[in-house]
Write a protein that binds this ligand. Sequence first.
Ligand code: SF4
Ligand code: SF4
Length: 151
Amino acid sequence: MPHPCLSCGACCAHYRVSFHWSEAEPALGGTVPAALTVPLRSHERAMRGTAGGDKPRCVALDADIGRYSRCTIHPVRPQACRDVPASLEFGLPSRQCDNARIAHGLPPLTPADWIWREAAANDRDGNPRDDDAPNDGGARPPPALPPPIAA
Ligand code: SF4
Ligand code: SF4
């Protein structure tokens, strides 16, 4: 089962995504592509598509909400995006995640959405056909987990 964010994207099409303007200023170490942002209040910029209107949708989002989703600037996305946790990913519910999913007609995440992750973490050698007994012959490292879209 893939990471739930990869088939969601609801939060990227629900909230205004604003951040300090320096995050889009390379001279100050900012990495967010300025062309994908718009000025907001005096010290802020916002991801284009999320600041105004009743149907926000970030310009960097490539998604069919509820089917597939990816952030096209994932490595350089704003801190605000990194700060949105997927509900229950690390045990705690996330109201931001839940509300965005509900607004898009999706159910809030449940513990069942993360069972695959626990299984992957327990599979020490990446061999899905064994129970990690010492003599199972598995030698590969555990598979890398896909990164969340917005968390
Ligand atoms: S954090 Fe929640 S709302 Fe955002 S993409 Fe992930 S599952 Fe969807
Ligand atoms: S995670 Fe990416 S697509 Fe989603 S709001 Fe942030 S920049 Fe936009």
